[in-house]
Design a protein around this ligand. Sequence first.
Ligand SMILES: [Fe+2]
Length: 343
Amino acid sequence: MAIPTYRDFPLLNSYVGQILEVFKANPDKTKAHKISTPIMESMTHNPEVLREIIRLNMAQPGFFNKFHYPAPSMQVVRNPYFDFVVNCWIPLPDKSSNVSTKALHHHGSMLLSTATAFGPGYEHWMLTFPKVVDRESELFHMDLIEAAPHYLHHVSFVDKYIVHVPMYISSLTLTYALWTNSRPTTWKDRLKAMPLMKRNSAALRKIGKSLGLTKALDLKLEEYLDFYPTEAGFKGVRNRDDVEFKRGPVSDYLPSIFHVIQKTGQSDLADEIAELVKNERDLKPLDRELALALVDDLKSGRVIESKLTEGLHYGFHHSNFSREAIELALKAQSRKPERALST
Ligand SMILES: [Fe+2]
């Protein structure tokens, strides 16, 4: 049986088609994002869109057998013009919302439109592009653009090189994320959207680096992408691996993804899910048992809690900090530089 794509779902086919038309007609990507904003917003007002996205994803082989980052994602489409994914923001076990979900970071020349489709939405912090204060101590200066709620149905645009971070949410939140680069689509984008390129992007970055192709292919290699607040200001992280989360086990992913399915009102898909879990080829016996127990929870209406693990998904000083820590770093910058540097 053919694996479904977004085209097999009427609403997704229509919305993705509309966004694609906008991007084909507007080589200026910033303009295309702007024109797509009402389409993104309209998607968040239709819960049936979310159901189609969940059904599309659960029908993909391997969906119930994933290692996951703190915010698991579901893909809708990747084409030469854009990537469209859904980010599932899973709450911390204590539901604390005064913790950042990751390090402060920017995505180089990428542009992002994000729309809150379910849940209360997170508080996001956006800061200006970092200027080097002291190369040796890796200290950077950035100003606050805004700290504001990304509430339900709100669409936010994150411009290239803008530093940002979402804070944790007290309750499950889903966002639709429309990713593009910032230059007109060319042959390189068509090449990168090919399935082979998608599967091997890490290997290609290495090959691209050695061949000097990374710039041509836009494979992000900016030196400093991540930052964290200190009492002296903001420190850059040279090596992204130092702040990148490791993927957690399938036994965490399953409760979290079933939490998403239950909380968004898709429990009636339980029988369909049971079949898919049975056909999930490489699922380990214990994980399969867990998945089928969660299917039973869906059927009986037992509440399924999401699961994040300390030391894997959260609990890292440079990635999970409070808003007061960011404010302290912002204040430290307004002091005289010599004093800031000596702290
Ligand atoms: Fe980001």
